[in-house]
Design a protein around this ligand. Structure first.
Ligand code: MTE
Ligand code: MO
Length: 367
């Protein structure tokens, strides 16, 4: 038997039974959506396995989809076999191919932009659309998985090999990027690509969804520091002494990062200016600091972490521009860009975690 025939044999043995392919596709897509979304909240290097899992699952989907298409090809190409549900199947296939193509192109460092969307944002769009589509597609031809489809030992071997092959492919791909020196070669572990230079002009102005406030007049600006503090205060722009500098990395989930010298006031000092945190009330312990933008956009950090964060007024030695959040924006080390609230007008010490922030960051800026 030749090498090619042997490889074919090995690939054939890897192929799960049809029903298992279908259910695996469903499970892989859901796992991709979860790992993808959770990865958006990860900014520390220890989070790397999550990004690798996402990539390996993606390669796994390519294999599963190939097996699936080989099986159902006729149903798509023969008009006599078309059903109502075929349209949904095709739509699902388009979303899957879209998510895979944009993901793969992104990994290779391609950075075409569709209006202000990066390829990565388009990838996220396809991915999120895919979840309900795959769900609906599965519902039109629902068949419960059977025990024989997932015979234990073979299943474990199959999926281990599939994911390991996925990770190996990604590793190989990194080598290709390095050899060709593409824009993909100096990505961070998050997949983000660098934006070099210093100051306001060096990196893009990014709003997560719809935030686009009018410039804030420095003379009218007030920063309210309140909540569980001893002496709530309103500070002016001039009160925000830029007496702290730190070189920190901003990593946006739309796929770029930049290292800048940020200048501003430490949030710990800000809280001291409001008399420090108040602890007299035993059932309302200060535990979080919430940063709210003039647009309503907001994010909270645990108190100890918040003390070490910066309320920045400067970047790269320049006063912060409007687009980057003037007069003051949060600079939160090791947090992803979307948590670095711009145009902060309120800093509030709270006892409770703010679940609503997840929704607010999506809808702030809409009237
Ligand atoms: N108020 C507000 N702050 C915000 C955003 C926003 O939409 N509204 N976008 C966030 C996102 S997604 C990122 S990546 C950073 C980008 O900061 P920059 O525009 O200075 O590059 O700001 C964050 N702060
Ligand atoms: Mo972002």
């Amino acid at each position: 038997m030749g090498a090619r025939a042997r490889l074919r044999g090995a690939v054939d043995r890897l192929e799960p039974p049809p029903r298992a392919v279908d259910w695996s596709l469903f499970a892989f897509v859901v796992a991709e959506a979860i790992t993808g979304l959770v990865s958006f909240t990860v900014g520390v290097p220890e989070g790397w396995p999550l990004f690798w899992l996402h990539r390996a699952l993606g390669v796994g989907i390519v294999a599963l989809l190939a097996w699936k298409l080989a099986r159902v090809r006729q149903r798509l190409t023969d008009p006599g076999l078309w059903r109502r549900s075929t349209a949904l199947s095709v739509l699902t296939l388009v979303a899957a191919l879209g998510a895979l193509a944009t993901g793969i192109a992104w990994v290779f460092g391609l950075d075409v932009r569709l209006s202000y969307w990066t390829l990565l944002s388009v990838h996220v769009g396809f991915g999120l659309a895919l979840v309900p589509l795959v769900g609906a597609h599965a519902a039109t031809r629902f068949r419960l998985p059977r025990r024989v489809d997932f015979e234990r030992r073979r299943t474990a071997v199959r999926y281990t090999v599939l994911l390991a092959a996925g990770a190996a492919m990604y590793r190989l791909q990194q080598g290709i990027n390095d050899a060709l020196d593409t824009a993909g070669s100096d990505r961070r572990f998050t997949g983000s690509q660098p934006r070099a230079g210093a100051g306001n002009g060096a990196f893009p102005i990014t709003s997560w969804v719809a935030d686009d406030p009018d410039p804030i007049d420095r003379d009218d600006y007030r920063l309210r520091v309140d909540g569980l503090v001893s002496a709530p205060v309103d500070l002016t722009a001039a009160d925000l002494a830029a007496d702290h500098e730190a070189e920190l990395l901003l990593d946006c989930t739309s796929g770029w990062y930049t290292v800048q010298e940020w200048g501003g006031i430490r949030v710990g000092d800000l809280l001291e200016a409001a008399g420090g945190t108040a602890t007299e009330n035993a059932d309302r312990e200060p535990a979080y600091v919430r940063f709210t933008s003039v647009t309503g956009y907001r994010w909270s950090l645990p108190l100890d972490e918040a003390r070490g964060a910066l309320l920045a007024t400067h970047v790269g030695g320049e006063r912060l521009s409007h687009g980057h959040g003037a007069p003051a924006r949060l600079v939160a080390p090791d947090r992803r860009g979307f948590q670095w609230v711009k145009w902060v007008t309120r800093v509030e010490v709270r006892s409770e975690y703010d679940l609503g922030q997840w929704v607010v960051t999506l809808v702030s800026g809409f009237d």
